[in-house]
Design a protein around this ligand. Structure first.
Ligand code: IPE
Ligand code: IPE
Ligand code: MG
Length: 257
């Protein structure tokens, strides 16, 4: 077809305009469940329960917005220092979430991945985590990465230990110990680094979350508690991300996309 014959361009209708491309990988520190509950005179467990509802909304919204990977911090290596009753509540919620939501996630073509230390977890939790990964291994929609019993320093130490063992066994030379070699031994080495890390609750720290992978992530801190998080909050964080200039140490700015 010659240029003269080309059909006239369809006038652009803003309501059907293509969405700007979403960040490829969004990681979230879901914080503030306890304060959400306390501010309403409710037990902390209720905050955690409502936090699971926020998680369901968020996973749905992430899929709708075209995000490829979403990593959620659901239990840190340091959260074991909480009272036993709260740990029991959190473990119970994780089990219920997987038992109740796994089939729906699978139907929605979501692939579930787990990062963190699975050794030493109760057998029933470990087998649920394994089941979630195995059932969804062939899905190619949104990847939901659950950071459970996760600490970034522990993850980096595990990677260092693997490398040290390979050097000691003579399979690697010292010169092969590079940032890439460490990245390749993290818990989920095939995942892209997060473009955007969101933390709710107003705290402005990483609390041992993805320290290696977030070297060049944009950080967005939202003043709302996690149980109040929804699609609008996610879109607000993405809008803030788009206003940032990413330079990766160079001089050429790339706006977030
Ligand atoms: C986040 O909410 C959930 C977990 C850490 C498991 P918190 O329980 O930390 O709630 P706050 O920060 O005490 O309000
Ligand atoms: C980070 O929140 C861990 C999770 C969200 C799972 P915390 O509430 O444990 O972090 P700190 O103690 O305020 O740093
Ligand atoms: Mg907290």
């Amino acid at each position: 077809m010659s240029e003269a014959e080309a059909p006239a361009a369809v006038p652009s209708d803003p309501s059907v305009a293509p969405r700007p491309i979403a960040p490829r990988h969004v990681a979230i520190i879901m914080d503030g469940n306890g304060r959400w509950a306390a501010s309403r005179g409710l037990p902390r467990a209720e905050g955690h329960r409502r936090g699971v509802e926020a998680l369901r909304r968020t996973v749905r919204a992430a899929g709708e917005l075209g995000i490829g990977f979403i990593t959620i911090f659901s239990f840190s290596s340091e959260n074991w220092s909480r009272p036993v009753s709260e740990i029991r509540d959190l473990m119970g919620l994780l089990k219920r979430f997987i038992r109740h939501d796994l089939a729906d996630l699978h139907k929605s073509n979501v692939r579930v991945r787990i990062i963190g230390d699975r050794e030493g977890l109760d057998r029933d939790i470990k087998s649920l985590l394994d089941e979630a990964e195995e059932l969804t291994i062939g899905n190619d929609g949104l990847t939901l990465v659950v950071a459970f019993n996760y600490g970034a320093r522990q993850e980096i130490a595990r990677a260092a230990k693997h490398l040290a063992a390979e050097v000691a066994a003579g399979r690697l030379t010292l010169d092969a110990v590079t940032p890439e070699a460490i990245s390749a031994r993290l818990d989920a080495p095939d995942l892209p680094d997060p473009d955007l890390v969101i933390r709710t609750s107003g705290e402005q720290r990483l609390s041992n979350f993805l320290l290696w992978q977030s070297a060049y992530s944009e950080l967005v801190f939202l003043p709302i508690f996690w149980p109040d998080f929804d699609r609008a909050a996610l879109e607000e964080a993405i809008a803030e991300y788009r206003r940032r200039e990413r330079r990766f140490g160079g001089l050429i700015a790339r706006t977030g996309s």
